[in-house]
Every structure is written in C-alpha cells, then in structure tokens.
Design a protein around this ligand. Structure first.
Ligand SMILES: N[C@@H]1[C@@H](O)[C@H](O)[C@@H](COP(=O)(O)O)O[C@@H]1O
Length: 261
C-alpha cells in the first residue's frame, strides 16, 4: 500500500488525476471504477479541467460505479447515479451508456447484482478504481462485519452511515434509505489499481486502521492490505493518526519523478 500525504485537496486532485490521465493515455478504452462522495471530488474537478483543455478524453472508456441506494426514485437528486452524473460523468465526454451502476430499483435485486458482476467481468474488469472511506472504515457500502469475500449484493446501512449521509437529505436521518446495493469487497479487490482518497480528521482513525491495523471485517478497508497495487492519497488531517507518517513522507519525497502513483 503506497501512502501519499499531500498538502491539501488540490494537490490530491492533481496526483489522483495523473493516475487517470496516464492510464487513459496508455489505454483509451480503460475501464474505470467511479465513487460518489466528497472525497473524490478534487480528482474529478481536476480531470474535468484537463478534459476541457484537451488533455484527457473518456470517449472510449467505460466505467462502473460502486454502490446505489435501494428505493430512491430515478429522478431523486441523491440517487448515486444522478450524483456521479452531476459530479463527473456529464462534465466529460463518456459515450452514452458507457457508465453503469448497480440498479437500486430492480424488481429482482439478487439477479440485478449478479448481472452487475457479470457486466464488470465482461468489460475485462476495472483498471483503476477510485474510493473514499467511511468514518467506520467502510468502502463502497461494505459496512463493518461485511464478508471480506463479498460480491455485489444488498446491504443494510448502519445508523452511523445514515447519520453521516443525512446532510444530503436535509439533515433528516429518516429520509436516508435503509438499504443499498454495493460492490463487495472481493469485487473491489479485483480492480487492478485501487486509489483511495481521504481528507479531514474525521477519517484519521479509519485511515490508521486501514493502513496499519489488523485485517478484519470490523474495518472493511483493511482488506486493501492484501491488494498488490493500492495508492492512498491523504491530506495531513486524515494522516493524523498514522504511526509511520514520517516514513510515508520520506518514501514519497524519494520517489523518482518519472514514476507515477
Ligand atoms: N457509499 C459512500 C462511500 O463510497 C464513500 O466513500 C463514503 C464517504 O463519503 P465522503 O467521501 O463524502 O466522506 O460515503 C458513502 O457511504
């Protein structure tokens, strides 16, 4: 796991966008994994800026999103599919239907989850997956206790996650759906490169467990310790509880400039 402690969200945006730009330069048909939430926004904003300047195109790429609330109407502004369209997809040049997400309004939920897994596999798997992390160490919506071998499925959201996300639902925790569909931990682990972004002191404990704690379903992001290519982009506040922070800083400073994340 490569831990990179950067100055602020703007620098995270630049380093994160470099990984996408390099990949799409080498492989325009790359398969991307997109995440909703505030953490990836600086990366998306930087990619949009580069796209507008002609520096990167998504026209041949495909993408899969991580998760979706169950039961929100298609036009609900907080439906994750609408959020990712607004935050990123509609601001660049993806082809129509190039971006897919789990179908939270499917009548047959288990069949929709199986189909989603099959679609990712058929596309050849995800080349680069961007991720945020929850304050309790969840990734996508894999809450504590999730099977480390899980695949796309329906999950019940924890009270904490519903409280964390109530800010998007007029601060009304009861308006936050109780269930979601989410890629499983094994689905995420199959991505060839995982890039996790975290900012702010609220994420410091989860980040410490993820990078330096014991691998456990209680902190689902710890499964990433078993992944061969993970890049973690942090601001100093999110890195605030890392025991090896000085070592991570030295490693990044000593990295040859030609070598990307
Ligand atoms: N399902 C999403 C996660 O994918 C996201 O990582 C997390 C943190 O969100 P934020 O980046 O806004 O802190 O929130 C939600 O629970």
């Amino acid at each position: 796991m490569e831990i990179v402690i950067l100055e602020d969200a703007a620098e995270i945006g630049r380093v994160g966008a470099d990984a996408f730009t390099d990949l799409l330069g080498r492989r325009p048909q790359a398969v991307l994994g997109l995440a909703t939430g505030s953490s990836p926004l600086s990366v998306y904003d930087e990619l949009v800026r580069r796209h507008e300047q002609g520096g990167v195109s998504f026209a041949q790429a495909r993408a899969f999103t991580l998760d979706e609330y169950v039961g929100l109407p298609k036009d609900h502004p907080e439906r994750y599919r609408n959020v990712i369209d607004r935050d990123f997809v509609d601001r660049v040049d993806f082809a129509p239907d190039a971006v897919r997400g789990p179908d939270g309004s499917a009548e047959d939920i288990p069949a929709a989850c199986e189909e989603y897994e099959a679609a990712i596999a058929e596309a050849g798997g995800v080349d680069l997956q961007i991720l945020g992390i929850g304050t309790d160490g969840h990734i996508a919506f894999n809450e504590p206790g999730s099977s480390l071998a899980s695949r796309t499925r329906i999950k019940t959201l924890t009270r904490q996650t519903r409280i964390d996300n109530a800010r998007f639902f007029g601060d009304d925790v009861d308006a936050v759906p109780t269930h979601c569909l989410t890629q499983g931990l094994a689905t995420i682990m199959a991505a060839r490169h995982v890039m996790l972004v975290a900012t702010g002191s609220g994420k410091a404990e989860a980040v410490h467990h993820m990078a330096e704690g014991a691998v456990s379903a209680m902190w689902p992001a710890t499964i990433l310790q078993h992944h061969p290519h993970v890049t973690v982009l942090l601001d100093p506040a999110a890195a605030g509880r890392l025991q090896l922070a000085n070592y991570y800083r030295q490693t990044w400073e000593a990295k040859p400039s030609w070598q990307g994340v």
